[in-house]
Design a binder for this molecule. Structure first.
Ligand code: FAD
Length: 321
């Protein structure tokens, strides 16, 4: 139950049991569990990006329970409604500042209003880096992807391209050879940053072709990707490469701006949590989803992680009471 602190400005002084920051699979799952545990969660869902990364995609075929798959935005609308059915209070606002030390945490919104809670779940996700091309967003889910595990299956017997030169780019390219007829890695330098062993795997793979000193400067296609415009970084000459898919693998940035000065982070830039729990370096602050995960980054792992955070919050509050 919520605790009313008796002051004149009672409404502003409400101390919520738990506030969730973020509304991707991790945030909504944490909301469903904490709502069903009668903790009356308030969810700050974000203003323009509510629903998280899956709002940017089309079919999701690997989230269990949907035999025929489900559209990303529909899956997120379902999670939102499921959380609301149990009383989660979802507010489409951005948290701009947080004070997470002490027994009562405070969160400040853009309008300056301050909200208090005994526990906070940070589920702010992680942003894949984009190339910054005008057609990249438009063709996202229509040939442009950031996740080989999610979308490789859609590209059976097709020629696709992967942009990047680090371990994750090579890993994505190697994984994609299971489906594609050919995978072209496009890298703007003349050597990879990836580890030797990963590189060798790419060099040895007959389905992988590498274009060095090349960058993608355009993506063509009316409804889906048809070709890429490449520029040679040395000669500046442009050329066209006919592919039906483009996987962008140039890294990702966990969204930690709100908390990075207060919570311990890992070398990967994710929020550090204790073992398999969601416990952060501050008591009463829990973190879940892609913001703690440099490796798996799937909707189902984020949802599982949101469940872990909710259960951790229940235990934390029960021990205090
Ligand atoms: P996110 O989904 O990133 O959600 C984070 C939330 O935090 C957002 O709602 C954002 O608005 C909010 N937020 C951030 N900062 C603040 C703040 N200060 N105040 C308030 N709110 C804030 N995974 C699959 O399993 N299957 C797929 O098919 C699949 N396809 C994908 C396709 C694309 C194009 C992309 C980009 C990803 C895909 N993924 C897929 C990966 C999946 O989307 C992520 O793993 C998952 O969404 C992570 O969930 P999350 O809850 O941790 O974070």
């Amino acid at each position: 139950a919520q605790r009313e602190v008796p002051t004149a400005a009672a409404e502003d002084e409400t101390v919520h049991e738990v506030v969730v920051v973020g509304s991707g699979p991790a945030g909504y799952t944490a909301a469903i569990y904490t709502a069903r545990a009668n903790l009356k969660p308030v969810v700050f869902a974000g203003s323009v990006t509510a629903g998280g990364e899956l709002m940017n995609t089309t079919e999701v075929e690997n989230y269990p329970g949907f035999v025929e798959g489900i559209m990303g935005p529909e899956l997120m609308a379902n999670m939102q409604q499921q959380a609301e059915r149990f009383g989660a209070d979802i507010r489409y606002e951005d948290v701009v500042a947080a004070d997470l030390e002490g027994e009562i945490k405070t969160l400040t919104l853009e309008d300056g209003s301050v909200h208090r809670a005994r526990a906070v779940i940070v589920a702010t996700g992680s942003a894949y880096r984009e190339l910054g091309l005008p057609d990249e967003k438009r063709l996202s889910g229509h040939g442009v992807s950031w996740c080989a595990t999610c979308d490789g299956f859609f590209f059976k017997e097709q020629h696709i391209a992967v942009v990047g030169g680090g371990d994750s780019a090579i890993e994505e390219a190697t994984f994609l050879t299971k489906f594609a007829s050919k995978v072209t890695i496009i890298h703007r330098r003349e050597a990879f940053r990836a580890s030797e062993i990963m590189q060798q795997r790419a060099f040895d793979d007959p389905k992988i072709e590498i274009l060095w000193n090349s960058e993608v400067v355009g993506i063509n296609g009316a409804d889906k990707v048809e070709s890429l415009v490449l520029r040679d970084t040395v000669t500046k000459e442009t050329s066209e490469l006919a592919v039906t898919g483009l996987f962008v693998a140039i890294g990702s940035d966990p969204r930690t701006d709100l908390v990075k000065d207060q919570l311990e982070l890992t070398a990967d830039g994710t929020i550090a949590v204790d073992g398999r729990s969601s416990t952060t370096s501050l008591a009463g602050v829990f973190a879940a989803g892609d913001v703690v995960d440099p490796t798996y980054r799937q909707a189902i792992t984020a949802a599982g992680s949101g469940c872990v955070a909710a259960v951790d919050v229940e235990h934390y509050l029960a021990a205090l009471d």
